[in-house]
Design a protein around this ligand. Structure first.
Ligand code: FAD
Length: 462
């Protein structure tokens, strides 16, 4: 067995792991990154990037269909569009491929050694990697566990055949005529909406009483309206019970229903990738199914760190990256901690949803006296010029000193407002700070400005 000694071993090359490795390389730390699949992990290969590519392509196709039906709100008309779905998938794969190459070259530039193969921990400092050319033992002073997550399965609807996860949904051979989506979280709704726009008849089955259950009802209402306008049937309080011939069997409102479904996308969450890693040989404290970490991403074992989805919610790529970057700084001897006031979460649904920090209900539940301001896009000039007036920006602040506690938005393109929301929270902005900042006109960001003015009782345009 080959043997490598290094200062830092990173197990898993997703956003958490590869960013830790790049930063460590920049610090001149001798680093080995172990990845059994493709660099970039879930996010780059079967998550954030390919899903957003498919959503964009679906949006473009849907707009063309509206034009051909003379139903474009802008008075555009065109001939019937055609869809070469294989080319759509190839375009998406091309983007993923370019980014894969980019990550590999950034790692190379940082002098990171990449070991391809599955790694299994032997103890807190040693990992055995099954490479194509045989096993390699890697001994390291520091270990970062960044093995991510995998789609959660339903026992009565195991993956296989036409029961698929988001991974397979991103590389289907064609657009199915009918699709059932089990789970109305962001992954199910993003992909379900994309396939509906590409022409599939989509039905969403959700156990909870509303879609996007992690968000408040006011915020998700515009998305529910749009799903309905797109002809997507949403069954709430409904339980998928199994396959029934060529349909999905569902119990809803005390009745059994059969939902015709060429493809059944199960999107009921993701589970930490902690199995088959040899973790049982380590003395790691767990927090339910996740590796327990402190505010520096340190585990219960000295010099063993964990970042990203394997450490729990929120399972988001930018959180994993921020943690990975911090851990590399810590290994390099810098003083760092992960105290984030608000990690923005974005649903690339139609319309998009952003949440950073606390919602009004969460702020009240945390014991705050609050004031809120909501500004609708129906009163925003830019939203009108985009034909996208459904939605709003909402801000929540402490009643006493006006410190902003949380910002949410729903509307077309609001994902691009997320950075400003995060900045406001991290900088400890008060309502007056945003109200006193000049926002360019005409932009969607003006709704953020006006929401702050409104919370102060001084809105100008409503
Ligand atoms: P992962 O990205 O899961 O990477 C872990 C890596 O470890 C993998 O490459 C895996 O092969 C490797 N690995 C595991 N075990 C071993 C082993 N034993 N040996 C070697 N290698 C191993 N997040 C967002 O922020 N924005 C989005 O828009 C978004 N969209 C998403 C859409 C979909 C469809 C999905 C599924 C997810 C989406 N996410 C999104 C979530 C995001 O992908 C994850 O939060 C992110 O990838 C987590 O990064 P990570 O580094 O913790 O783990």
């Amino acid at each position: 067995m080959g043997e490598i000694t290094t200062k830092l071993l990173v197990l898993g090359g997703g956003p958490g792991g590869y960013v830790a490795a790049i930063r460590a390389g920049q610090h001149g730390i001798d680093t080995v990154l172990v990845e059994e699949n493709r660099l970039g992990g879930t996010c780059l290969n079967v998550g954030c990037i390919p899903s957003k590519a498919m959503i964009h392509a679906a949006e473009a196709y849907h707009a063309a269909v509206l034009q051909s039906a003379d139903a474009s709100p802008f008075g555009l008309s065109a001939g019937a569009p055609s869809l070469d779905f294989a080319r759509t998938v190839a375009w998406k794969d091309g983007i993923v491929g370019r980014l894969n190459t980019g990550v590999a070259s950034l790692l190379k530039r940082g002098g990171v050694k990449i070991l391809r193969g599955r790694g299994t921990m032997v103890d807190g400092k040693t990992c055995v990697v099954e490479t194509d050319t045989g096993p390699e033992r890697v001994r390291a002073e520091h270990v970062v566990l960044s093995t991510g997550s995998v789609p959660a399965a339903l026992p009565h609807l195991p993956f296989g055949g036409r029961v698929i996860s988001s991974t397979e949904a991103l590389s289907l051979p064609g657009v199915p005529a009918t699709m059932a989506v089990v789970g109305a979280g962001y992954i199910g709704l993003e992909l379900g909406t994309a396939f509906a726009k590409l022409g599939a008849k989509v039905t969403v089955v959700e156990m909870a009483a509303r879609i996007l259950p992690a968000y408040d009802a006011e915020l998700t209402r515009p998305v529910a309206r749009r799903l309905s306008a797109l002809g997507i049937e949403v069954l709430l309080g409904a339980r998928a019970t199994g396959l029934s011939g060529d349909a999905l069997a569902v119990e809803v409102g005390g009745e059994s229903r059969r939902i015709p479904a060429e493809v059944i996308l199960v999107a009921v969450g993701r589970k930490a990738r902690t199995h088959d890693l040899g973790l049982e040989r380590l003395d790691l404290d767990m927090s339910g199914p996740f590796i327990r970490i402190d505010e520096r991403c340190a585990t219960s074992m000295r010099n063993v760190w964990a970042v990203g989805d394997v450490t729990g919610e929120p399972m988001l790529a930018h959180r994993a990256m921020a943690q990975g970057e911090m851990v590399a700084d810590l290994v390099a001897g810098r003083r760092r901690a992960f105290h984030k006031v608000g990690i923005p979460a974005v649903c690339f649904t139609d319309p998009e949803v952003v949440s950073a920090g606390l919602s009004p209900d969460e702020a009240r539940a945390a014991g705050h006296e609050i004031r809120t301001g909501l500004f609708p896009f129906a009163a925003n000039g830019r939203a009108m010029t985009l034909g996208a007036e459904d939605g709003f920006v909402r801000v929540t602040a402490r009643a006493d000193n006006h410190l902003i506690l949380g910002i949410q938005a729903v509307g077309a393109g609001v994902s691009e407002l997320a950075a400003g929301f995060g900045l406001a929270l991290e900088m400890g902005a008060r309502l007056e700070d945003i109200a006193g900042t000049i926002h360019a006109h005409p932009t969607l960001g003006e709704a953020f400005h006006e929401a702050n003015l409104r919370a102060l009782g001084e809105a100008l345009h409503i």
